[in-house]
Design a binder for this molecule. Structure first.
Ligand code: BG6
Length: 491
């Protein structure tokens, strides 16, 4: 399977709006640098960064030199490659809300209409519309142009539709690339490989064999420097509507007929549409909202969410969500999918746990009474691994079964630098392969499932429950799963 073809890239102009922003510095520029080092960028591939600050290209390169360098390890840094990479980078100050201001880009891009042109909007969602209008009015959109947007796309289904409408006034749907960086992670694509590259799992991948599924995206970081954005957003919009649901759909989708972008995305959307709606009291009973208070990690104490000076004292924004979801389909009827995500949790752990059903009739005594049956644990972070929990007979006189793990650690297998998710996505974007990007109907279907949950929280004035920073979230999240005799995998 070849999700990303090795087809070489055509000459391009990568126009980066928000060039001085956090995402550009931490992820986008390093991702392009790594691909430059791997010689995957064509000689005539330019990065045209823009932001409001007034400076010239040399000053911008000096800024990158100082700031980006901190996000590339010494081991992965090569001075010669870095210098030749910086030759690709140019900077133009642009006030994106002022139509006149785009003239600088018109000049920079003039005569290069035949080249691939990417507009990458690494900016606040409120600027998506002004930029789309600006590049359109300046006549910068060519037939070889693409636009890429970061999630969250809107705050709900209606605002997402508004953004999409204004995008489609300027770009064709196939020119619009909606980014969810989780789709660029190796293990997420490996999930497709595991499911559809092996005949072994398919007969097991259904309600007859699977008892429940758990998906956890736990972070130990707090809201860092993004308080204002985060307080307006919350974990449901920031993580569930996109990353968690994307993991869920890839895990649950039917086999696509091919790896073609629309074949995959057609199957993904069917899962989103098959999610049973959580509305009203049903949403309250099947969800948990949390907000962290001060706590401690091994390296010291951390303040609570409300202790942050940029967060209002009475903020009810959730930093944690747990949900019990169900998919109404032949394959998944009756299988609970437990989803949870949170900031300032015990550790940075992203994993999918598939709990299989117990044996129908046990003939062996076991140390744990088969309390936890076979499990497949697919870990995305911190390490990328796949573990399978099976029972074996423990060595000794007795016939006593004991669970053990079959372990596959991708680090050991591949022994090379782990790509950051954006490396793959940016190359796909330049190349024009939309498989790992979200289609308009997917985004709409995800919001359609999320919006009633938020509406129910408002209707029932469901305030977030507190949890201590450095733990696995509020106790209510354990109650949500233990009602069914289950527990979160926290080993
Ligand atoms: C982003 C969210 O999309 O994903 C952040 O906005 C979150 O709040 C981040 O921290 C997590 O990404 P990763 O790749 O570190 O798991």
């Amino acid at each position: 399977m070849n999700l990303i073809s090795n087809e070489s890239l055509q000459p391009f102009d990568f126009v980066l709006f928000g060039g001085t922003g956090d995402l550009s510095i931490r992820k986008l520029i390093p991702a392009l640098y790594f691909r430059h080092c791997e010689k995957q960028l064509p000689q005539d591939g330019r990065i045209i960064a823009t932001a409001r600050s007034s400076m010239d290209s040399d000053e911008f390169r000096a800024l990158l030199d100082e700031q980006v360098r901190q996000h590339i390890s010494d081991q992965d840094f090569d001075q010669q490659h870095w210098a030749s990479f910086l030759d690709r980078v140019h900077y133009y100050p642009v006030d994106v809300t002022n139509v006149q201001s785009y003239q600088a880009l018109v000049e920079a891009l003039s005569g290069r209409e035949e080249h691939v042109r990417v507009f990458y909007l690494s900016v606040a969602p409120s600027l998506f519309m002004p930029i789309t209008k600006g590049v359109h009015a300046a006549g910068l959109i060519t037939e070889h142009s693409r636009v890429a947007l970061e999630k969250p796309l809107g705050r709900d289904q209606a605002s997402a539709e508004d953004i999409n409408d204004s995008l489609s006034a300027a770009f064709k749907e196939e020119q619009i690339y909606r980014i969810d960086h989780y789709l660029g992670k190796e293990t997420v694509q490996n999930l497709l490989a595991l499911r559809f590259g092996n005949a072994l799992f398919e007969p097991l991948w259904r309600s007859e064999r699977i008892n429940d599924v758990q998906i956890t995206i736990a972070e130990s970081l707090g809201v860092e420097g993004r308080s204002a954005f985060y307080d307006q957003t919350g974990a449901l919009r920031d993580m569930v509507q996109n990353h968690l649901l994307q993991l869920l759909v890839i895990l649950a989708m039917e086999p696509p007929v091919s790896i073609d972008p629309d074949a995959v995305r057609d199957e993904k959307i069917k899962v989103l549409r098959a999610l049973k709606p959580l509305t009203g009291i049903d949403a309250i009973e099947n969800s948990v909202r949390g907000q962290y208070k001060a706590g401690a990690y091994s390296d010291g104490p951390v303040p609570g969410y409300l202790d942050n000076e940029d967060i209002p004292d009475d903020s009810t924004t959730e930093t944690f969500v747990a949900l019990r979801a169900e998919i109404g389909s032949w394959r998944w009827e009756g299988v609970p999918f437990f989803l949870r995500t949170g900031k300032r949790m015990e550790s940075k752990t992203t994993e999918i746990v598939i709990n299989f059903k117990k044996v129908p009739h046990s003939i062996f005594p076991t140390a744990d009474g088969f309390t936890t049956p076979n499990q497949l644990i697919i870990r995305l972070q911190p390490e990328e691994s796949i573990r399978m929990r099976i029972y074996v007979k423990a060595w000794g006189d007795d016939i006593q079964l004991q669970p053990v793990y079959l372990n596959l650690d991708f680090n050991d297998v591949f022994q090379k630098r782990k790509m950051i998710a954006y490396e793959r996505l940016l190359l796909d974007l330049i190349r024009g392969n939309p498989t790992l990007f979200m289609r308009r109907d997917e985004v709409a279907a995800a919001w359609a499932w999320i919006d009633p949950i938020r509406a129910a929280w408002e209707q029932y004035q469901y305030r977030p429950k507190n949890y201590t920073a450095g733990t696995w979230g509020p106790g209510a999240a354990n109650a949500l799963i233990s009602k069914e005799g289950l527990r979160w995998n926290e080993d």
